[in-house]
Design a protein around this ligand. Structure first.
Ligand code: 9MR
Length: 368
């Protein structure tokens, strides 16, 4: 093991085929953490340079959407596992770990299921999908996003999202979801994951408050919850992350003996009119601030980014609202290009965010 705080070969230029520098996975492993990314299997199959970067940099993969209920069971009773099987096969062949994502998420409930659950709250409908998925990959997947994005302040006094699950089964659907997952996977790591926890504004303060209250209730009720997923969708339009707010939040989780995983890290840019160099610096700085806050204040088991390269980001587009913030810009036919909020650029070359991420993973010793 290399002593000291510096990542070895930091100055070496990135070349996906070169073995001469520490990868993100290696920097994470230096502190017994895991680094990984969400992937779409179709892109992995179609784009050799992307496939190579994924294989090289990641020790864990997350299906970006292939495991969602609406993907697996698009019509009632018709289960299709082709794409998720291909993704799990790829990961397993390459010796990568997997996170099962996502069992209970309001946006992945198929329309037919929403209709049926509205008409009759049938828990069996839900257990059917979850049972099939968890059983099928029992030997291959040992960590699961069980419940995702359950918080939505402003709807109810407990801060819970008024999702179809809540409407059908009441707030205890979360307890039941975890009990179900535990019964199907007695030794796996079960996560609840949430977004909007990083900034010091009224909305995110409320999100942190209600999320902690929920976690406290779940722990008090003996719900088998092993780890907290912090999505980490950073957003430069909101200013800078609040290190004190994050530290206070993580102290509460530490008191409950709960480890965390950063599950969906990426950065939405704000100033698309700045130079590419400046934009990349702002993204990297925010990434560093965030990871230093999380990694130094928690027992953090790993980081996954929501995609590895800007070519595949779910926030790839610079939106009309973004353009509207810069009247007069790009009049000469130039363009801001795509959002630059992931470690590698469109050409699979590392950007400053890559080095900020790698450095933070290397530098922040693990707390056990
Ligand atoms: O990035 C994902 C996108 O490709 C899918 O179309 C979408 C719907 O399945 O889900 C996106 O991922 C979301 C994740 O599952 C939960 N947190 C927010 C992510 C972005 O919407």
């Amino acid at each position: 093991m290399v002593a000291g705080g510096a990542v070895p070969f930091l100055a070496a230029a990135y070349d996906a085929s070169a073995e001469s520098h520490a990868t993100l996975a290696q920097a994470a492993a230096h502190n017994r953490r895991v680094y990984g990314s969400a992937v779409r299997i179709r892109d992995v199959e179609a784009e050799p340079d992307y496939r190579q970067a994924i294989v090289h940099e990641c020790s864990l993969l997350v299906p970006e959407f292939e495991m969602n209920w609406n993907e697996i069971e698009p019509a009632y009773g018709q289960l299709s596992f082709d794409r998720i099987d291909a993704l799990v096969d790829f990961a397993t062949d390459q010796g990568k770990k997997l996170r099962g994502h996502v069992l209970f998420w309001h946006l992945s409930v198929p329309d037919w299921a929403t209709k049926m659950l509205r008409a009759r709250p049938d828990w069996g409908l839900v257990t059917h999908y979850v049972g099939f998925v968890m059983d099928r990959y029992r030997e291959l997947i040992h960590q699961w996003t069980v419940v995702n994005e359950a918080i939505d302040p402003g709807q109810r006094s407990d801060g819970l999202r008024n999702s179809i699950y809540l409407q059908a089964f009441g707030p205890s659907y979360i307890n039941r979801a975890f009990s179900l997952a535990r019964s199907l996977a007695p030794n796996d790591m079960l996560l609840i994951s949430e977004y909007g926890l990083e900034y010091d504004n009224p909305e995110q303060r409320a999100r942190r408050y209600y999320f902690l209250k929920l976690i406290e209730r779940l722990k008090a009720a003996g719900v088998p919850l092993d780890c907290i997923g912090l999505q980490g969708h950073l957003d430069l339009r909101l200013g800078q992350i609040s290190a004190p707010a994050i530290a206070a939040f993580l102290r509460e989780l530490n008191d409950m003996k709960l480890p965390v995983i950063v599950t969906e890290l990426d950065v939405k840019e704000s100033n698309y009119a700045a130079s590419a160099q400046e934009r990349d610096r702002m993204v990297a700085d925010e990434t560093r601030r965030y990871l230093d806050a999380v990694l130094s204040h928690s027992r953090c088991l790993g980081v996954t980014t929501w995609g590895l390269s800007d070519r595949h980001s779910w926030i790839i587009q610079v939106t009309p609202q973004d353009y509207a913030r810069f009247p007069g810009a790009w009049k000469n036919g130039e363009s801001p290009g795509v959002n630059r909020g992931l470690p590698l650029d469109w050409e699979m070359k590392p950007k400053p965010m890559y080095f900020a991420l790698r450095d933070a993973l290397w530098r922040n010793r693990v707390r056990r």
